[in-house]
Write a protein that binds this ligand. Sequence first.
Ligand code: SAM
Ligand code: SF4
Length: 496
Amino acid sequence: MNSTSTQDWIKTRIKPEEYKKYLVNDKDFIDEEEITRKLSDNKNIDKNKLRDILAKSLEISSLSTDETAYLLNVNDSDMLEEMEEMAIKIKKKVYDNRIVTFAPLYLGNNCINSCLYCGFRVENKKTKRQVLSTDEIKKEIEVLTGKIGHKRLIVVYGEHPSTDVNYMIESIKTIYGVKVATKYGHSEIRRVNVNAAPMQIDELKKLKQAGLGTYQVFQETYHHDTYRKLHPKQTVKGNYSWRLYTMHRAFEAGIDDVGIGALFGLYDWKFEVMGLVSHALELESRFGIGPHTISFPRLETAQNTPYVKKKFQNVTDRDFKKLITVLRLAVPYTGMILTARETAALRKEAFKLGVTQTDASSKIGIGAYSSKLSSQTGDKQQFYLADTRSLDELIRELALDGYITSFCTAGYRCGRTGSNIMQLLKTGTEGKYCKLNAVLTFREWLDDFASTQTKEIGEKLIVNEINEIKEKMPAMYSEFSKMYKRITRGERDIYI
Ligand code: SAM
Ligand code: SF4
């Protein structure tokens, strides 16, 4: 596409009528004065009040922004410990000991935007631009699902006419179409989540039809002025409201499985947590469904991107663990995603506090999986990763810590999404199906892909899980056992 037609395409991106109707007196739902006031008002910390708030979280009820501000202001070490203990309890109640894994797959790094912190911004002439062809996508999937054993992806696109909605649809179809024979069975990607620019309602409908899983868009920063400084006005991304109301459009398009996020390090982290909680509450009150996932990436260095080094607001590891704890307590039903941007040591602690999903064996260079590029290829990737361990290594560590890695994608395919899943998560019912499916899919992965050492450790964990099923879910044990046997004989993708 030549530059005139790219300019024409840019002009068609934002449809004012698809977000302006949500504004009240021309204002969006992020009320900065109110957030700032709540953060400064709720400082009088009292143990009894804290315990009341924690009890509300344990009932799997979302906290108000006042209550969230209160938790953000706790500094006393005993009280922080109580908050962490409650976060651990809630995670166990809703998600038990399961961690879901996925891989990021970058399909194109052309981008029309100029986000100051991103290696893909249009001005970065040092980035090698590439968009994967159908054959190249197939090769990536053959490695991801055929060699590593991934079943779930987050597919990432820059905002550009070369990766427009038609390209997205074709790429999703291509991904679902690849099936690879494995040692004992076969493997395929069963869920394609998408992280892409804000889309229009009609486009979202088409993506849903193509089999889109969770639709993720991060607001980056909820602070208007900071947003303006980082995303130049003349760019599509420069429109804060077009981005803020993306998930409203998704619900209008019939997508009930959405992921929100903020890029931590751009502005004050407490403000961003308040922004995320306000966003979750807005979706709950308007559509009856909150975000399926919340992401909280921290800013990383990127090639030829000096802004990150010079200007970012430091979020220390201590702050980061606190923000994970507060988010777990404030939006207790939501899935929480932590990526390989973080170190192995920090990830280990975060799993305990509330994280439910993570990536491994990750490569974020375009075409990096099949061309055997190293995990860090600065000129083809958006930023650098801190944890480049393989899926096998991560699963081994998780199993040693008592976590079962779940490759389950059944819930989505059985209609357990949106308001259905919200109810199941809040009442702890989804956990029953998830436990059974986690064991079935973990068995598949151990047989097909695990190293000898990981298999040995994983099998010990499976024995414990099966004993638990027998004891706590006797009514389902017989059906489960039959399915488990079928898996050990090489049948694949069986779920309850
Ligand atoms: N281009 C689309 C967009 O901006 O929404 C989609 C994906 S973008 C490639 C994915 C996310 O990466 C962004 O939303 C941003 O939060 C994150 N990101 C960008 N630059 C980053 C950096 N330097 N460090 C960490 N995360 C970054
Ligand atoms: Fe483009 Fe997204 Fe990077 Fe911004 S964050 S430059 S929109 S790829």
